[in-house]
Design a protein around this ligand. Structure first.
Ligand SMILES: Cc1cc2nc3c(=O)[nH]c(=O)nc-3n(C[C@H](O)[C@H](O)[C@H](O)COP(=O)(O)OP(=O)(O)OC[C@H]3O[C@@H](n4cnc5c(N)ncnc54)[C@H](O)[C@@H]3O)c2cc1C
Length: 396
């Protein structure tokens, strides 16, 4: 419960300005808390006269923060392959570890992992903890969670990163919960605060309208998941050397209530847009499912793939696997052509890492032009056919 100390409150309204939920009003010079209060604590932190506190919400600080050291990356391995996000996380992990002056470790869990450990070292890891066992062939929350939790408890890393993939999203929260650690999901930026080693975890908040930087100052490890295609992998350096540690697996860690009978690679909706170098994205400006034929034609002429805004997906003009953005996929192609897409922050969050962005929109004020390298103001039904015939003409 949020308590206002009437003797200390000066009615300055700073808490009103800092409450994102509009839960505080000042009446007769005193702050009054309404039902919309979520106990987020923003007002408590902002109150200079310390007139606000949350009863029963005192933060408990873990006693041994200094005994946690090192940056770890959970490196996803599935169907015989390392997930690209694992290498991307080693890229940012390397920066964080260097800033902290500590080692970067990779955790590899699976079966028949082959040369993957060497690949992780070549991409920046100093140490690889490898749990390679037939019982870990298929992912289950219980087995993977048990292995990672045990390793963290034994070695006490200060920071643990994982991909915000289906697997990462599934078992990392359980690991954080078992450890009593904080976890920030879907980060788009990570940094380290030099004085206390706090991991600065930035992610979109309030529907993507603001970027929030979150710290977990009172507990370790500091855990984050990061979406694929947000961070950059380092170039392979085959001359790097590192230490490979095979993890002792206790039988209890390999027991799961869930038994995976078969794992099948999905082949629906032709292509993984996260792997395409060229994407042509279509939005509500296409007006109908038929409008996407133009997008497909342009994508085909460029040997690229088709992406879409949520408005187009919600209208059922194209399937969800094509959606780019906060609730879709994050992409980082060499070229992204946005056609009839306004450039809402939730869409831009998923494509702003593209090397070159071209926007076609009939509204010169559309926000997509703020992130575009090249813009064409015009009706896409006129622009696209001309563009397609020009490209095809040059290919002859
Ligand atoms: C929590 C949350 C999550 C979200 N997640 C996503 C997400 O993952 N991905 C996403 O895309 N959105 C997401 N959204 C929705 C987002 O806010 C926008 O509503 C959506 O991106 C709009 O899609 P659009 O640009 O296609 O449509 P609109 O905003 O309607 O824009 C259509 C554009 O087409 C232009 N246009 C129209 N006709 C033509 C023409 N003939 N020629 C040229 N230009 C034309 C218009 O000028 C306009 O700029 C999310 C929203 C919320 C609240």
């Amino acid at each position: 419960m949020l308590i206002v100390d009437k003797d200390l409150c000066v009615g300055c309204e700073v808490c009103v300005d800092n409450c994102a939920f509009g839960a505080i009003t000042v009446i007769d010079g005193l702050a009054v808390v309404g039902d919309a209060c979520t106990l987020c604590g923003a007002c408590v932190d902002s109150c200079e006269v310390e007139a606000l506190h949350i009863e029963g919400g005192e933060k408990s600080v873990q006693a041994d923060l200094d005994s946690w050291s090192g940056v770890w990356v959970y490196c996803e391995f599935r169907a015989g392959l390392l997930a690209p996000v694992s290498l991307e996380l080693l890229g940012i992990g390397r920066k964080l570890a260097d800033a902290r002056g500590v080692k970067l470790s990779a955790v590899l869990i699976g079966s028949d992992t082959g040369e993957s450990a060497a690949k992780l070292i070549a991409h920046g890891a100093d140490i690889v903890y490898r749990a390679d066992n037939a019982a870990l062939k298929y992912f289950t929350d219980e087995t993977y969670g048990a292995v990672l939790t045990k390793l963290i408890q034994e070695h006490k890393p200060e920071v643990v990163l994982a991909g915000a993939t289906a697997i990462g999203r599934s078992f990392i929260p359980g690991v954080a919960n078992t450890l009593g650690a904080g976890l920030t999901a879907d980060c788009t930026q990570l940094d380290i605060r030099a004085d206390d080693g706090a991991l600065l975890q930035t992610r979109p908040a309030f529907g993507g309208n603001i970027m929030a930087t979150i710290v977990c100052p009172h507990s370790r490890p500091q855990m984050s998941t990061v979406r694929p295609n947000v961070m950059k992998a380092l170039d392979t350096d085959a001359s790097r050397s590192g230490e490979l540690i095979d993890v002792d697996l206790e039988p209890a860690m390999l027991q799961a209530k869930v038994q995976v009978l078969e794992s099948v690679i999905s082949e629906h909706d032709d292509v993984n847009i996260q792997e395409s170098d060229i994407l042509v994205g279509g939005g509500r400006g296409l007006e109908s499912e038929k409008g996407f034929d133009l997008i497909r034609e342009l994508a085909k002429s460029l040997n690229g793939s088709v992406a879409a805004s949520r408005a187009a997906v919600d209208s059922k003009w194209i399937g969800y696997p094509h959606q780019v953005g906060q609730t879709g996929k994050t992409v980082a192609p060499k070229l992204y052509i946005a056609c009839g897409i306004s450039g809402a922050i939730q869409h831009v969050a998923g494509m702003q890492s593209a090397e070159t962005i071209v926007a076609i929109n009939r509204d010169a004020e559309a926000p997509i032009f703020n992130v575009a390298d090249f813009g064409i103001v015009g009706d896409l039904f006129e622009v696209l056919p001309k563009l397609i015939s020009t490209i095809e003409g040059r290919q002859k």
